[in-house]
Design a protein around this ligand. Structure first.
Ligand code: NZQ
Ligand code: ZN
Length: 382
């Protein structure tokens, strides 16, 4: 175990915290920001009003840019960088879910590059970035507390990631109550993405403290989503889900572990080729086939997962319990349910491999990826 833990994000959590955003920005000596947002959910649920009132009260000027897409796209990030340069903006304020925050990171880092895509294609490294502030409205990506960003190049369908220490948000405001307005499937997406962020690491790296922390987070995610299914506006399970989601992909429980990331690698091929498919819907559809494929490569940890997370004795029983949960939550368990066709599997595999072979438990070659995708396509529940 060897690692350096440095998470320089001021993470402000709880009810009525959005009103603090203006003061936090002013405290960083920033006077003019790009307010970046998605398709308008923040106007409907009152988050936008809370944010701009706070900006006004603290003398912060802003320019708005809307229409960040779920699975954010390169052309929009490029357009944003032009606006930031043209208007002399000093920081990015992301108000939304993972897509808005990821694009904010692309803008903040891309600002200092010849072209932002260089950071995602591996041609350049982000060394400097404009300050990033976030007001989180959907817990899934943990982008509010990590250094990662994912962007879709809509000309090539490559959905690739980048990361750099300078992409940590300076301040993230996390008010769980603003997630009451989420459609149910987005709450479920947040649960699935968070579970996957954990299992990508949990099954790969055998570090006791990490396993124990992750088991606690997974149990909390599961108990919280079950309670939310009964009442989506129940504050405590919502708050537990929200914080667990941040923890799931923060450096804190990870103890320097790298992880496997093949479920994500394959999924980015799905939402890269079909950008209307949400990241977590792709993960959900892959989950059963991916778990079954991976089991032989580290049986003892999968068996431990069954006991510690699901309270059952075998991996098979845990898989059944997890499938039952997916069905109860109305979350997909097969890529066929996403409208993907069998003939899409090979081009999708080729697209995935453009980013290199995913996986650490097993470095997945073309045959492996096609097996997982085919097994997912044909997945049936008895
Ligand atoms: O666009 P608006 O109108 O805001 O609506 C959004 C969007 O349609 C809506 N929404 C968000 N908050 C809401 C709300 N609707 C009602 N009430 C609210 N409070 O939800 C929809 C989905 O939003 P999006 O931001 O796309 O979801 P998510 O947070 O799941 O982010 C997905 C993106 O994150 C990337 C994914 O690949 C995907 O592009 N990821 C980023 C990671 C990271 N930075 O570390 C890691 C992840 O593995 C993931 O890859
Ligand atoms: Zn994810």
């Amino acid at each position: 175990m060897e690692f350096t833990l440095n998470i320089p994000v001021k993470y402000i959590f709880g009810k009525n915290t959005i009103e603090r955003i203006g003061a936090e920005i002013a405290a960083e000596n920033v006077k003019k920001v790009l307010l970046l947002a998605g398709g308008g959910s923040i106007k409907k649920n009152g988050v936008y009003d809370q944010v701009v009132n706070s900006l006004k009260q603290n003398g912060i000027e802003w320019i708005e840019l809307w229409d960040v897409q779920p699975n954010p796209v390169l052309s929009h990030a490029r357009k944003a960088i032009e606006i930031v340069k043209r208007d002399g903006l000093e920081a990015i304020l992301a108000v939304g879910g993972g897509s808005v925050i990821d694009e904010a990171k692309a803008i903040a880092g891309g600002f200092y590059l010849g072209d932002v895509w260089e950071a995602f294609s591996g041609k350049a490294r982000i060394k400097k970035a404009l300050p990033i502030f976030t007001v989180l409205t959907l817990s899934a990506s943990a982008s509010e507390i990590n250094t990662n960003a994912v962007l879709l190049n809509e000309e090539t369908n490559q959905k690739w990631a980048t990361g750099a220490p300078s992409l940590f948000p300076k301040v993230s405001i996390v008010d769980p109550t603003v997630q009451y307005s989420l459609p149910w499937n987005q709450t479920v997406n947040g649960f699935i993405d968070s579970m996957s962020h954990i299992t990508e690491v949990y099954f790969t790296d055998d570090i006791e403290i990490s396993l124990e922390l992750y088991e606690g987070i997974m149990r909390t995610l599961i108990s919280s989503i079950k309670k939310l299914k009964l009442n989506e506006q129940d504050y405590l399970p919502r708050a537990n889900l929200v914080y667990s989601s941040s923890m799931a992909l923060s450096a804190f429980p990870r103890c320097g572990c790298g992880g496997d990331w093949s479920q994500h690698g394959i999924e980015h091929g799905i939402s890269g080729m079909f950008p209307k498919i949400a990241h977590a819907a792709g993960l959900s559809a892959l989950y059963p086939a991916w778990l079954e494929f991976m089991y032989p490569y580290n049986k003892s940890i999968f068996d431990r997962w069954a006991v510690k997370v699901f309270g059952v004795e075998t991996f098979d029983e845990a898989l059944k319990a997890f499938l039952k949960l997916l069905v109860e939550l109305d979350s997909p368990y097969s890529i066929k349910q996403l409208g993907i066709k069998e003939e899409d599997i090979e081009p999708m595999t080729d697209l995935i491999l453009q980013g290199g072979q995913p996986g650490k438990l097993k470095s997945l070659d073309k045959a492996d990826i096609m097996t997982i995708l085919r097994n997912s396509y044909n997945y049936k529940i008895n």
